[in-house]
Structures are given as structure tokens and as C-alpha cells.
Design a protein around this ligand. Structure first.
Ligand SMILES: *[C@@H]1O[C@H](CO)[C@@H](O)[C@H](O)[C@H]1NC(C)=O
Ligand SMILES: *[C@@H]1O[C@H](CO)[C@@H](O)[C@H](O)[C@H]1NC(C)=O
Ligand SMILES: *[C@@H]1O[C@H](CO)[C@@H](O)[C@H](O)[C@H]1NC(C)=O
Ligand SMILES: *[C@@H]1O[C@H](CO)[C@@H](O)[C@H](O)[C@H]1NC(C)=O
Ligand SMILES: *[C@@H]1O[C@H](CO)[C@@H](O)[C@H](O)[C@H]1NC(C)=O
Ligand SMILES: *[C@@H]1O[C@H](CO)[C@@H](O)[C@H](O)[C@H]1NC(C)=O
Length: 641
């Protein structure tokens, strides 16, 4: 399997074409809402343009979760009501319902029955529709309507019918207490008894890129008897694994897709480098390092940093990251009863914002890195540079980690003739790059939101600083860095963005565990996984310093697998898979894998090769390259499963 993967990696490395730059999760931050300035285009492809730097939260859907279908009564049902108390006009039903909807005592009654807020509105809508569409009404409901019409009853008499209907449409109302209890996330510090039994010391290493903050944390890691490193990317975990072993400290590697042991007999060693999602909180360590701690505010992945920070069973926890996370981390340390300390570092080398834009590709020189935010720009620039007989290295998000590493080595090597880099913001984290000058090709970035809406907004200050900070590198031939833009029009805008204050991160992400979802499904046997996740989000309790992570990606996959007869636990496992390319072959293969498992077959190596059409050939054009990247993603998923 690994052989196939490295075959694909090699092919991808050789063909260094730009492609497939998908919107990446890492840079989505929670920020206050920005004001839309104008909307361009129509329908799903609308592009909203935002004035202020900062990314936008996805809109809340009007419908909380999918209601269960409740069939209205139809013509052929008995119509005893009318026979007993006489006919009822639609107009009269409608006007009674109108009063019912605005009656305050109905709302109060609903509240005591835990039907509140949006849920109440949704139930009202559904009930009204049900009464108006049912022909005829049930005998008892008919009589109640008739009484109210005659002045012999009050609209609140409809309430029992309303509540019955609500419980049919939203069965979870019936077991709200149990669900609330299961999803009570108000004190996540208590989830990690092992960590709570220890006296921990949290050390926050703060400083800009190139300040050596991680270096100091890593020093403690390497010197400790036992240690664990948790990083945001595979690439970073691999780097720590390599470095640690090279320095004679045996270290294992654990990412979603790879396990490697330092010892030949595959026995675990005392040090471990892993991606933060893969951290095992049941193992004790002397020293732990959590990199890029500000990502605990990440809309999707935040939960894994929160879990690491609260759950690491280590006497010393070194966290590295941005200033913006200090207050929150300090508060969480306080909640855990840990001691807390901040160590500040400043940049080791100079960083200068130039007054002169690049203007033309004729002005590029060795050590330049042109940063773009979409594959089309990358491709254009690369082609134009090649037309000028200039060799380039290319780095973007969907490349396999090995390819990125090779491209960065080639760029760093003064003898390679490839010392111009064209890259996306993928360079922001985790690659050692000897960049002299960062050139922003654009200062606005378009991201694709879950609902297919494209949003173009100026870079946030954090994003811009992170990218700009990559210019200049201590102990390389380019110690002092320079930053500029490609176009003259963007110079002032860039300077404005980087001078804005950054907002503190106020909340840390939490997630639902598979156990909680399983308990939910015990109470709600007929709900789909996607619906269970929605209900969870609605009923769960989180306190001030936390938020529930966004589960849209998981739900999309859950909906894809809705008709695959897998048990909930297996389905959940599939749905949290790192499927980066969500259309075409990976999507189809993903479903095929789930189907095969549900039919009791195993996913063999031969089957995968056949399904993917291995062996692979050298891609000849961009679309073949995209296919190859898709195949790589499928192999990753396979290894992950
Ligand atoms: C970027 O966005 C800002 C603010 O929305 C706008 O003034 C500027 O013209 C945009 N620049 C480009 C190149 O689109
Ligand atoms: C959640 O649990 C806390 C104690 O850990 C309790 O004080 C609180 O009332 C609970 N909230 C709900 C909604 O059950
Ligand atoms: C990276 O480069 C090394 C040496 O040039 C090569 O052996 C390796 O296969 C390459 N890896 C990838 C993934 O391209
Ligand atoms: C580009 O790279 C190739 C192979 O490494 C080399 O032969 C060629 O001279 C380079 N071109 C330039 C302009 O440096
Ligand atoms: C939530 O966290 C658990 C570990 O605490 C993890 O196994 C699970 O995959 C996470 N769920 C999601 C939806 O990411
Ligand atoms: C689940 O669905 C089945 C079949 O549609 C039905 O008989 C059963 O009553 C439902 N259970 C609940 C708790 O709604």
C-alpha cells in the first residue's frame, strides 16, 4: 500500500503543475460578523464582498433539523366529527389557528414542555399546515375547533393536539431531558481524569513566525524522559519525527494515515510526534508540546486542540502560538487547576514592508515567493515564468506532504536553479523555506462556503501576518525578509491589514463524541446520523468559553451514506474521514468502500488497486494531475480507515 502511495507521490512530484487548490480549513477563523458591502452574481454562485478583514460564519439554517413526515388525514378517512357537530369552514379553522399562533399562553405552555425558540416556530408552522391540509380532521380535533368557533372553548384547548403533533414531528421533544443530560458539555475539564489527577504546568511560548518559539518548546521535548508533540499538520509531525530521530532521540510517528516506530521491533519509544487529532490522552508524558494553539478557535478542527490542552496527561505542557490565544489558554489552565506561564519571543531577523510593488514578473529574483489564493493564478504565473525560462517550485494545499517537502528542498537549495516559489497560503505553516521576499499576488481571498456560496474578503490580519512572516529565515542566506505586493493598488491595503489589531480568540471548540451520538440514537432510533448531529447541536449545553464545532462536513458525508446499511459507529467513523476532494472519483470510491464494508466484504489491497485503475501513469495535463491527486486522497482515506 505504502508503495502505491509513494508511486503516486513520485508522479505528483515530477509533474509540478498547479491545480486543485481547494479551500482549506486551516484559515477559517471565528471572527465577528463583517458587513456585506455588495453581492455580485445570482443564485448559488453568488459572491459576497466583505469590507472588513475576517471570515464569515456560515448562516444558520432556518430549519433546525429535518422534521419527521406526518401524513395529514385524507378524504377516505371517516368524517365523524362533521356528522356529530356539523361542518367547519377552512376560513374558520384558519382564523382560529391565527389566534392560536399569537397566543402568549400557548407559548408559555410550549416552554414548560421544552418546545422553545426556533423549534417552537417550526412546530407551529407544521401544526398549522397539518390542520389546514387534513381533510377531514380527526373527530376530537374537529370538535375542539367547533367549540372554539362557537365561543365555548379557548384556543389553548388546541394545545394538547399541538404538543402531540410536535412530538410526532420532532420525536426528540419526548426525551429532551435525557438528551440534555447526554449533551451537557458544560465542564469539559472533568472528561480527563488522568490529566486532572496530575499537577500540570502550562507554558505558553508566544511570538511571531521566525521567533524561535517552537525551538524552545522542542528543546524541552527532546530533553525530557518521555514526550509527545501534537501538530496541526502531518508535515509538521513528520518533521519532528525526523529531527528527533536524527538527534538520537527515538521518536514514533502517528498521523491519521501513517504509523512509524523508531525501534526496529515496532515497540513504542518514549517520544511521539502526532497530529493533534490522533493524541491519546490516556498515556502519561513528562513533556508535551501543542503547536499552533490558537487553532483551538478553529471552526471545524478546534475541538482537537481543546482536547489536547485539557486532556494531555503531562507534567509540563508547552503550547506555541499567537498572542490572540493567551487569555483563553490562561483561563482554561485556571479551570483545570494548572499553573500558567508566558514566555515571549520577538523575531530574530528583520522584516520590512517595501514601498515598491513587484509590478512585473521580469523583476523576480532568487528567494522570491509569490503567494496566490487560487489554482488559476498559480497556473498562470507558473506558465509565464516558464515562458521566461525561469524554473519554479510550486507548493499548494492538495499536494501530498512528500511532494511539498521535495518542492521546498528544491527551492531552498541554492544550486537547484529553482529558487522562485509560487505557492498558496499552504506555506503559512510547517515548511522550512528560505524566502527572501514574499509577494502577495492578491490581498483578497475567495473562499467557498459550505452552501456553495463564494465569499471574497480581504485577508485577516492573522492570515496576512502569518504569510508575511515567512519572509526571511534565521541562519539562511536570506536572514532579513521583505514583503510586498504584485500590484501597486494592493500595497496600501496590505499595510493597512497588517497594522490592524488582532481580535482575541474567545472560545475553544468542542465536539460530540461517537458515544454521545450513540446514546442519542438509542433515544431516537429513527433519526439519521445527520439529523442526530443537528439535534445534538441544538440541545447541547456549552459554557461561555466554548463553542460546538461545525459538523457540516460530517453531515454532508452522512447524507451521502444515508442508504448504506451500516451501524451508527461505523458510519460515524466513515463520516469523520479526511475526504479532501469531495467530488468525482473520491466521492464515488468513498461510498463504494462504505457499501463493501456494509456487505461484509473487506477492503483489500487488490480491490483498491482495481477500483482506482492502478498502476498510474505520468499525468500529461492538468486534468490528469487532478485525477492523480484524487487517487492519492482515496489511498489516504484507505490508510486512514
Ligand atoms: C479587495 O477588497 C477591498 C475591500 O473590499 C477592495 O477595496 C479592493 O479593491 C479589493 N482588491 C481587489 C484586487 O480585488
Ligand atoms: C450540566 O451539568 C452541570 C454540572 O456539571 C450542571 O450544573 C448543569 O445544571 C447541567 N446543565 C444541564 C442543562 O443539564
Ligand atoms: C523526494 O525526493 C527524494 C530524493 O530526491 C526522493 O527519493 C523521494 O522519492 C521524493 N519523494 C516524493 C514524495 O516526491
Ligand atoms: C531549469 O532546471 C533544469 C533542470 O534542473 C536545468 O537544466 C535548467 O538549466 C534550469 N533553467 C534555468 C533557467 O535555470
Ligand atoms: C470528537 O472527538 C473524539 C475524541 O474525543 C473523536 O474521536 C471524534 O472523531 C470527534 N468527532 C468529530 C465529529 O470530529
Ligand atoms: C421508527 O420507525 C418504525 C417504522 O417506521 C416505527 O414503527 C416506530 O414506531 C418508529 N419509532 C419511533 C420511536 O419513532
Amino acid at each position: 500500500m505504502l508503495a502505491v502511495r509513494s508511486n503516486v507521490q513520485n508522479l505528483l512530484r515530477t509533474q509540478c503543475l498547479a491545480s486543485c487548490y481547494k479551500h482549506r480549513r486551516f484559515y477559517k477563523r471565528i471572527k465577528g460578523p463583517s458587513k456585506p458591502v455588495k453581492t455580485v452574481g445570482l443564485g448559488r454562485r453568488k459572491t459576497i464582498v466583505y469590507e472588513q478583514p475576517g471570515i464569515v460564519q456560515p448562516p444558520t439554517a432556518k430549519e433546525l433539523f429535518k422534521p419527521m413526515a406526518v401524513e395529514p388525514r385524507r378524504e377516505d378517512a371517516d368524517n365523524l366529527g362533521e356528522e356529530i357537530v356539523g361542518a367547519l369552514s377552512r376560513g374558520s379553522i384558519a382564523s382560529i389557528l391565527k389566534k392560536f399562533v399569537i397566543d402568549k399562553s400557548v407559548e408559555t405552555l410550549a416552554q414548560t414542555n421544552k418546545v422553545t425558540g426556533d423549534l417552537y416556530q417550526q412546530c407551529l408552522e407544521s401544526f398549522t399546515k397539518y390542520c389546514l391540509v387534513s381533510k377531514p380532521l380527526s373527530i376530537t380535533l374537529h370538535i375542539v375547533f367547533k367549540d372554539i368557533e362557537a365561543g365555548a372553548g379557548h384556543v389553548t384547548d388546541l394545545f394538547p393536539f399541538f404538543l402531540d403533533h410536535a412530538k410526532q414531528v420532532f420525536p426528540h421533544i419526548e426525551c429532551m431531558d435525557e438528551l440534555r443530560q447526554i449533551s451537557n458539555l458544560s465542564d469539559p475539564t472533568t472528561w480527563y481524569p488522568l490529566a486532572r489527577s496530575m499537577k500540570r504546568k502550562i507554558v505558553f511560548h508566544v511570538g511571531p513566525t521566525n521567533s524561535g518559539k517552537t525551538y524552545h518548546a522542542m528543546k524541552s521535548f527532546l530533553e525530557a524522559e518521555t514526550g509527545v508533540y501534537c501538530g496541526p499538520l502531518r508535515l509538521l509531525a513528520m518533521e519532528v519525527y525526523d529531527k528527533s530521530n536524527a538527534q538520537g532521540v527515538p521518536c514514533d510517528l502517528k498521523t491519521g494515515e501513517t504509523r512509524k516506530f523508531a525501534n526496529d521491533d515496532d515497540s513504542p519509544s518514549n517520544h511521539m510526534a502526532c497530529t493533534v487529532e490522533m493524541l491519546n490522552t490516556n498515556l502519561e508524558y513528562d513533556v508535551a508540546v501543542i503547536d499552533e494553539i490558537q487553532m483551538l478557535g478553529d471552526l471545524q478542527r478546534g475541538w482537537s486542540w481543546t482536547q489536547a490542552l485539557l486532556g494531555l496527561a503531562a507534567r509540563e505542557v508547552h503550547v506555541c502560538g499567537e498572542e490572540t490565544a493567551i487569555d483563553l489558554v490562561e483561563h482554561l489552565a485556571y479551570m483545570c487547576g494548572d499553573s500558567f506561564e508566558v514566555k515571549r519571543y520577538s523575531r530574530l531577523t528583520k522584516l520590512e514592508y517595501l514601498d515598491q510593488e513587484l509590478g512585473s514578473l521580469d523583476n523576480v529574483r532568487a528567494g522570491d515567493c509569490i503567494v496566490c489564493f487560487n489554482k488559476r493564478d498559480i497556473y498562470n504565473i507558473m506558465t509565464k515564468l516558464r515562458e521566461r525560462n525561469i524554473n519554479v517550485s510550486v507548493i499548494y494545499g492538495n499536494q501530498p506532504p512528500g511532494t511539498k517537502i521535495n518542492q521546498s528542498r528544491q527551492f531552498n537549495d541554492p544550486n537547484s536553479n529553482c529558487n522562485i516559489l509560487v505557492a498558496t497560503d499552504a506555506i503559512g505553516m510547517g515548511l522550512n523555506l528560505a524566502i527572501k521576499r514574499i509577494i502577495f499576488y492578491d490581498v483578497n481571498k475567495t473562499t467557498l462556503r459550505h452552501d456553495g456560496m463564494k465569499i471574497r474578503a480581504p485577508l485577516s490580519t492573522s492570515q496576512a501576518l502569518q504569510i508575511a512572516g515567512r519572509a526571511g529565515r534565521f541562519k539562511t542566506r536570506f536572514e532579513d525578509g521583505e514583503v510586498t505586493t504584485y500590484f501597486k493598488r494592493d500595497l496600501a491595503q496590505l499595510k493597512r491589514i497588517v497594522s490592524l489589531p488582532r481580535e482575541n480568540i474567545e472560545k475553544a471548540g468542542l465536539n460530540a463524541t461517537v458515544d454521545m451520538i450513540e446514546l442519542f440514537s438509542y433515544h431516537l432510533p429513527n433519526a439519521t446520523l445527520s439529523n442526530l448531529l443537528d439535534i445534538f447541536k441544538h440541545v447541547c449545553t456549552v459554557t461561555d468559553h466554548f463553542f460546538m464545532c461545525d459538523v457540516q462536513d460530517i453531515q454532508t458525508l452522512a447524507e451521502l451514506l444515508e442508504d448504506v446499511p451500516l451501524n451508527l459507529r461505523s458510519k460515524f467513523t466513515f463520516c469523520v474521514a479526511p475526504l479532501k476532494v469531495r467530488e468525482g472519483i473520491p466521492r464515488i470510491m468513498f461510498k463504494m468502500m462504505a457499501k463493501r464494508i456494509s456487505e461484509g466484504h473487506s477492503l483489500t489491497y487488490d480491490w483498491l488497486c482495481r477500483a482506482l485503475g492502478a498502476p498510474f501513469c505520468m499525468p500529461r495535463n492538468q486534468s490528469e494531475l487532478i485525477e492523480l491527486e484524487a487517487a492519492f486522497n482515496v489511498i489516504d482515506i484507505y490508510l486512514w480507515l
